[in-house]
Design a protein around this ligand. Structure first.
Ligand SMILES: CC(C)(COP(=O)(O)OP(=O)(O)OC[C@H]1O[C@@H](n2cnc3c(N)ncnc32)[C@H](O)[C@@H]1OP(=O)(O)O)[C@@H](O)C(=O)NCCC(=O)NCCS
Length: 183
């Protein structure tokens, strides 16, 4: 996908494969055990594997990040994590910028994230928003979150383009609260 060299290290970013499932799970859940991000179940990583990119340093797994499409206008950056021994070297930015460009390429209007590292996302052009401004579907995964009743993550949003009135996009209305819909 992309290759670069920082100092003497070779950095490569690529789509995740099944061989990355265990390293992704180990990294995300190790960081989650320190309270800096939320954990993920093995099933949620397997099912969403195509959402993930992986970054390697000298051919070894060094981090991951995922882009989940939430609705016709919004995607969420999830589970972005860099191995502590490689943090602060620009790998997180590299993955986030790639995921943002992926969202732009898909025609999405904005990208959001729930995070404890607001400063990292602010450096990438995200702004803090109130949870109440986000569409209800963003909170689907919160039903399985151990912090469902006491969410302390900050919501951040980056707008990629102005809203559109194109048929086929605006006509796919977000279900109203209480209205049944298929996931
Ligand atoms: C947050 C994380 C993904 C950032 O990745 P990284 O490779 O360490 O960050 P980068 O080196 O790419 O930093 C990019 C920019 O963000 C800033 N930044 C990084 N982490 C930051 C933080 N915790 N707070 C504020 N700013 C931060 C950097 O200073 C840098 O700014 P610059 O470009 O002006 O120099 C990584 O530190 C990590 O895995 N943290 C633990 C897991 C986590 O919190 N994930 C987020 C879940 S939503």
């Amino acid at each position: 996908m992309t290759t670069g060299t920082e100092a003497e290290a070779t950095i490569e970013m690529r789509s995740a494969t099944v061989l990355d499932i265990e390293p992704i799970m180990d990294l995300v859940n190790e960081l989650a055990s320190k309270g800096v991000m939320l954990p993920r179940s093995p099933a949620s990583i397997v099912e969403k594997l195509r959402d993930f990119v992986v970054v390697e340093v000298n051919g070894a797994f060094a981090g991951c990040g995922a882009l989940a499409i939430i609705w016709t206008d919004i995607a969420e950056i999830r589970s972005i994590a860099v191995d502590p021994k490689h943090q602060g070297l620009g790998l997180g930015r590299k993955m986030a910028e790639h995921l943002i460009e992926e969202a732009r390429g898909l025609g999405l209007q904005k990208v959001m994230a729930f995070t404890y590292v607001t400063g990292f996302f602010e450096k990438l052009g995200f702004g803090v928003v109130d949870h109440g401004t986000l569409p209800h579907k963003v909170f689907n995964d919160c039903l399985n979150c151990p912090k469902f009743h006491k969410c302390d993550e900050v919501a951040v949003v980056k707008v990629l383009r102005a809203p559109t009135e194109e048929p086929g996009i605006s006509s796919v209305a977000m279900p109203k609260p209480g209205q049944p819909f298929r996931i």
